[in-house]
Design a protein around this ligand. Sequence first.
Ligand code: ADP
Length: 739
Amino acid sequence: MAAPKRQDTRKFFENLSGAGKSIAVLTSGGDAQGMNAAVRAAVRMGIYVGAKVYFIHEGYQGMVDGGDNIKEATWESVSSMLQVGGTVIGSARCKDFRSREGRLKAAHNLVQRGITNLCVIGGDGSLTGANLFREEWSSLLDELLQQGLIDEEAAHSNSELHIVGMVGSIDNDFCGTDMTIGTDSALHRIIEVVDAIMTTAQSHQRTFVLEVMGRHCGYLALVSALACGADWVFIPEMPPEDGWEDDMCQKLSENRADKKRLNIIIVAEGAIDSHNKSITPDYIKDLVVRCLGFDTRVTILGHVQRGGTPSAFDRILASRMGVEAVLALLEASADTPACVVSLVGNQAVRLPLMECVQVTQEVQKAMDEKRFDEAVRLRGRSFENNLSTYRLLSHRKVDSELPNSSFNVAVLNVGAPAAGMNAAVRAAVRVGITEGHKMFAVSDGFEGFYKGQIKEIKWGDVGGWTGQGGSLLGTKRTLPGKHLEKIAEQIRIHNINALLVIGGFEACDRIKQSASGTKRRVFIIETMGGYCGYLATVGGLASGADTVYIYEEPCDIRDLQANVEHLTEKMKTSIQRGLVLRNENSNENFTTDFIYQLYTEEGRGVFDCRKNILGHMQQGGAPSPFDRNFGTKISAKAIQWITRTLKDSYKGGRVFANSEDTVCLLGMRRRALVFQPVSQLRDETDFVHRIPKEQWWLKLRPLMKILAKYKTSYDVSDAGQLEHVSRFRPKESNNSSAI
Ligand code: ADP
């Protein structure tokens, strides 16, 4: 039953104790960037709640072999691994664990150490194995008892095995999760390569055929294609129709004729045609050379995609999942099924492991039986959305095929430039054209608007925009208030029926942080964000910061003193590196210099300090795959909403946009993209500091503190419920849709 309104339903995890419990963490199957962050978070959270935590080295093999493979973890033993790719505790494929005999040995090793909580980080194979292990657990104990390997007492006190899985897989092939740990980093690697190839291909007019990983799942190929505006993509879930060779060549030559100097074709490893015949990069290359005579090169990315440091997104995802996994273990009972923790939208959820595995297997079955639409549907909303957005943007229709809506839509950027803005403009322009609108670009924000810097923008004008940083339209911070009349006049002159504004109060992308070294050193880093502490907080979580000072959580001199003492104590142990982040406007008197001097003075003899103000580099650089993709999808949704709203408010040859729901902000809330009337947002905004009054990410702060060894209180009311794979799909409505 739902709780009565307004009653405080928050639940804090202080009531959950891990005392007397033992938790083991292992990584299994293919490695993925971010696994270490998950291990670190699970270990620290486990220790934090008073449990004994063990590493199991070398995946299931270590569990079967026992001995030194199972070692107790300490707080310090997971220090400095957040930024390391792969898995520090080792992973392996293990044949023994596939047999009952092997699992019997593994069970024996766990019982000997009193381990009844397992945290498994791996792909669907590893998690299937984990589930089987749990189902067999009591029969394994019986057998150990019969063989005299354990006594009654041990069988009794270890009678329940709790298992929580975290999906670590670069392929993003696991149903029930929007993102698996490692996928975003793999996308980073792919996009880095595509960006590098683009520069060389531009100079030579080349065609590149790029093979990316994904034997069964086309996620990496599809999203990379979206993020770099590829000419063509081949994925296992969408085999091209017969005759695709001609279609593709025609598309390539059209793009070339349109002055596009380079073509990119992305192929998933498992790409097939509609007769289940694989489509290889070489086949494509030969085809392009034979039919078009283009200079064509093949690049096969291979293991590069698994390498490198984990992205900020993966570190945050894995850290959140690691903490959530321990909470799920603490709350598990004999009746709760093994679960996976995952992320839907920006919310952590728990799902029954077996349900996810089943749906994942159904996808493969559907593909084997050539039910491709079903396979795409089973992959989930996020996948479907990527696919439909790609289809919408990649296939340019000839003018005669386009509808004519006779609406004019203008696009402009406002505020600070942010990576991903250009991807959003590109998507808006192309989707708008596809919907039959005439699209207009406004340069230099509202300043350009009132000065009349408006012109029509066509499909080809935004080619190659996804990968570029900054704002190609130009953006200014000028507010429209003073120039409303002139703007209205421009709207009249150009007969603009709808306006898409892309920008924000303070929109920054990401924070790069690489503070490592051998001397005991504390880095004091100032981040951007105006009064908004999001970047500092989330950057702190991604980089394992010790303290993050933000405006939203005021601190006084006692807090500062406690922080310095806490860090000094930590630095007296084997920990070499400290990291303190300070948001630029967190406090007008406790400036970055002040904090730097305070830590320098108080840390004398224990550590020295370095100060760094990140400044505008945070807004620069090429946009990350997430920002390209998010910018693209959100903007496509915005234009579709504009089309609907224009049609609804079109009466007697005119558009009437006078109700409050004709001016909306589109953004992600919890699990869905929501269109919210701006008039409602007014009440939710702190205009003086240019931030929302309620900031969802504030609840990530305790998490960061826990991982930095602070005692704190953590609201876990959002977590805890086990959901079902089919249930969490948000319904699409006029005002909300899945990302
Ligand atoms: P991934 O976890 O990345 O999908 P694999 O499918 O290779 O990788 O699985 C990793 C390990 O998990 C295997 O080597 C094996 O030890 C274990 N495993 C996989 N499937 C099963 C299964 N059906 N039963 C028992 N163990 C399994």
